[in-house]
Design a protein around this ligand. Structure first.
Ligand code: SF4
Length: 738
């Protein structure tokens, strides 16, 4: 048919009318409108005065500086702060999604009191006056009855001043049970103490390293200061620095590494010790450091020669002896090599054998307190506050042992939440009558969640200070919501793994969006209400005055500058830091066999042929902060499909269990069972299955609740025999078709 101009126009008009009358474009437009507009809490660009406010992100221990763009009073975008030394303008996906936490539907809008059975989600809004009066009355009654030790706090607070305030509250009230959540930083800290007698934060001069050997540390999966690690990795790529990743699963870090060494989980210490054996027997170690700054080399040499030759270690690790020898030589002969450990993101401290074996490798190559090495950093400290004068009631309460048993261990401020929970659940010693939960979600994040629930069911009064309706808040008796990090002022001392002393002061970048009150203000008000010595110990007007007392002259400067960093910091030379106590290859007072003994996973191999491991990913927030909706939205189908959690399994192991891609299966461990979907993956060792951390919340919002499973509910708790830290890295498991 010939198409003339008239014909063309009528066709075009016809097509236009057809499209206009078809429902499809209107459906697409409607979908787009729903997607972009229907979340009332999604920032909608509008006209107004633009402004940028700097602050510090406290969503993880990374300590990044952020610049928040505002239009009038509304925050519309979070970016990395260009001048901040940790992240230098970068930001991670969680930091980017902070506005969804600020304006999202999961926030607790004001104080709430439970009005039905626990966990049923029925609440009555109450005023702050009523909330503080009722908590004060409860705490006062317990103290007057002579049982102050039966009040406990569990805190994951990142603020150094808030942390100190909680300790002070315990001291003045009379309870030893101030529990905080340790991390990989605490395990490193303890390894320094055990091996050198020193007391310092352990950091890594990654930017100047010449070779990086990681034993399972998810350096590009959210470990330490995640944005800093991405930038360090870019530097390594530019300058040809080799990254070797040792772990049983092809994580993002392993995929980006120059070499990935797949290893039997739990045998990393054996690999490190066999490498040490090669380095010593071939005299590849740094003789000057070993002779002038260390002790115990002879005993250690005999120990590894007898028990950790490459041939012996090959059977334990699944890594052949030639590879172990090659790796040892490569590490020792490289310029500025760093060995690092701390599984995944390092949120669970882990067992001390791995940390000490890693430090042995760093000591053998003499790369302690050297440029491009492992640094022992002394951070800035807070100003001293006037001493607490405990009264007779407080002294009586403080005479009780801590329920977690942490008291009397090495002179570090530590605590053991898992052991606290076990003690409460067992009912031994003495009961806990009231629990204050601050910036933590123990009912979700602690291993063996059934036991945690059992313990919490025995506590008659639980107060959550959470900003969000998280799993623990949903189970509490009262919620006294804290402002979120963009609405409050708090100090952050040091950044995880960062080799320079830093101090930051987060700023309220917007006015409080809900009827919240800072937990520090509430503690001060409770203390004043309790009167006498409590009131005297908390004489500050509010938390801001308390911060000023902690920071002294730095308070005003930090309010303007947001952070201070001492870039001129030089770690002491090795012979200075170890002048009084040398680096000890075998920690003093501990037998080598005990110090370097790995923790075996729970469960028998006969009944449970597979090993279940949890893994961390940057797309899932797995701690106190639940995933913002956008992060959940961008999860791959191989992690979460509809409501189902995908379990990674090697095709060979799946075939042996009669399972195929997409199959529904039941996973069972000695601690519980759950339904999952199978995802075949060649990047995971046969015999291992892996589930992400960060899914399976029972609370939060429609974007998170009921999606996937909480792997912590399948893994039991294991205590490290030296530190008592949570050391479970996996558990035996079996899979069957559902
Ligand atoms: S890495 Fe941590 S501190 Fe930095 S932006 Fe992300 S969540 Fe915030």
């Amino acid at each position: 048919m010939k198409i003339d101009r008239r014909c063309f126009l009528s066709l075009a008009i016809g097509a236009g009318a057809g499209i206009a009358l078809s429902p499809l474009p209107w459906k697409l437009t409607d979908d787009l409108a729903i997607w972009t507009q229907n979340w009332q809490w999604t920032p909608v660009p509008k006209r107004g005065a633009a402004k940028t406010v700097n602050s510090v992100c406290t969503l993880c221990p990374g300590g990044c500086g952020i610049s928040v763009r505002k239009i009038d009073d509304r925050a519309v975008k979070i970016e990395g702060m260009e001048t901040h030394p940790v992240n230098r303008g970068g930001i991670c996906t969680l930091g980017l999604c902070g506005l969804q936490l600020l304006y999202g539907p999961t926030r607790v809008k004001g104080p709430l009191k439970r009005v039905a059975d626990r966990g049923k989600g029925q609440w009555m809004p109450i005023t702050w006056d009523q909330a503080i009066r009722e908590v004060t009355e409860k705490l006062s009654a317990i103290r007057k009855s002579g049982r102050p030790q039966s009040v406990a706090t569990m805190s994951g607070a990142s603020s150094a001043t808030l942390d100190a305030l909680l300790d002070r509250f315990g001291q003045a009230y009379g309870t030893p049970n101030t529990i905080r959540f340790p991390s990989v930083d605490d395990a490193y800290h303890l390894s320094v103490s055990l091996m050198s007698g020193g007391k310092a934060r352990v950091a890594f001069d990654f930017e100047h390293a010449g070779y990086v050997l990681s034993f399972g540390a998810g350096l590009l999966d959210g470990w330490g200061s995640p944005v800093r690690m991405f930038k360090a990795n870019a530097l390594w790529k530019q300058s040809g620095v080799k990254l070797v990743q040792v772990e049983p699963r092809l994580s993002r870090t392993a995929a980006k590494a120059d070499t990935w060494i797949s290893i039997v989980p739990g045998s990393e210490t054996a690999l490190a010790l066999a490498m040490a054996h090669v380095i010593i027997s071939e005299s590849l170690y740094q003789a000057e450091f070993v002779e002038s700054c260390s002790e115990g080399m002879e005993g250690f040499k005999e120990f590894v020669a007898a028990k950790y030759t490459p041939d012996i270690a090959a059977k334990m690790t699944g890594v052949d002896a030639a590879t172990i020898t090659m790796l040892a030589r490569e590490f020792a002969k490289s310029k500025r090599p760093i060995a690092v450990c701390g599984r995944g993101q390092g949120t669970i401290p882990g067992s001390m054998d791995m940390f000490m074996a890693t430090q042995v490798l760093n000591a053998l190559v003499g790369n302690l307190n050297q440029p491009g090495g492992v640094w022992f950093v002394t951070d800035q400290t807070m100003q001293e506050w006037p001493e607490v004068e405990p009264d007779a009631a407080a002294k009586a309460g403080l005479a009780y042992p801590r329920l977690d048993g942490a008291k009397g261990m090495v002179p570090l401020k530590r605590s053991l939440p898992n052991q606290f929970v076990q003690a409460v659940a067992s009912g031994k010693d003495y009961p806990i009558e009231a629990l204050l939960v601050i910036e933590s979600n123990p009912l979700y994040t602690l291993n063996d969640t059934a036991l945690v629930k059992q313990a919490f069911s025995k506590i008659p009064f639980i107060v959550s200070f959470s900003s969000f309706m998280d799993d623990t808040a949903a189970y509490a008796d009262m919620i006294l919501p804290n402002p979120v990090y963009l609405e409050r002022m708090e100090d952050v001392i040091g950044a995880s793994g960062f080799p320079y002393p830093t101090i930051g002061l987060s700023q309220p970048v917007v006015k409080p969006q809900c009827n919240t009150r800072h937990v520090g203000d509430v503690l001060i008000q409770l203390a004043k209400g309790l009167g006498d010595t409590m009131a005297r110990a908390f004489a500050w007007k509010d938390f801001s005055a308390c911060l000023e007392a902690s920071l002294g002259d730095r308070f005003k400067t930090l309010k303007k500058s947001v952070f201070q960093v001492d870039k001129s910091y030089q770690p002491p030379a090795p012979n200075e830091i170890f002048a009084s106590e040398r680096f000890s290859f075998i920690p003093r007072g501990i037998q080598a066999d005990v110090a370097f003994k790995p923790i075996a996973a729970e469960g028998d191999t006969g009944g449970y042929p597979l090993m279940l491991m949890a893994y961390d990913t940057m797309r899932l927030s797995n701690g106190y902060i639940g995933n913002p909706p956008f992060l959940t939205k961008i999860l791959e189908d191989t992690v979460l499909k509809n409501q189902d959690c995908l379990i990674e399994i090697n095709p060979k192991s799946a075939k042996a269990a009669g399972l195929d891609e997409g199959d529904r299966a039941e996973i069972q461990t000695p601690k519980g069972k759950a339904l999952v979907r199978i995802h075949l993956d060649d990047g995971i060792m046969p015999g291992i299955v892996a589930i992400p951390r960060g899914l399976g919340h029972e609370a939060y919002d429609v974007y998170l609740a009921g999606k996937g499973i909480n792997v912590n509910s399948l893994v039991g708790s294991l205590s490290d025999p030296i530190s008592g830290f949570e050391a479970a890295w996996g558990i035996r498991a079996k899979l069957s078709k559902a």
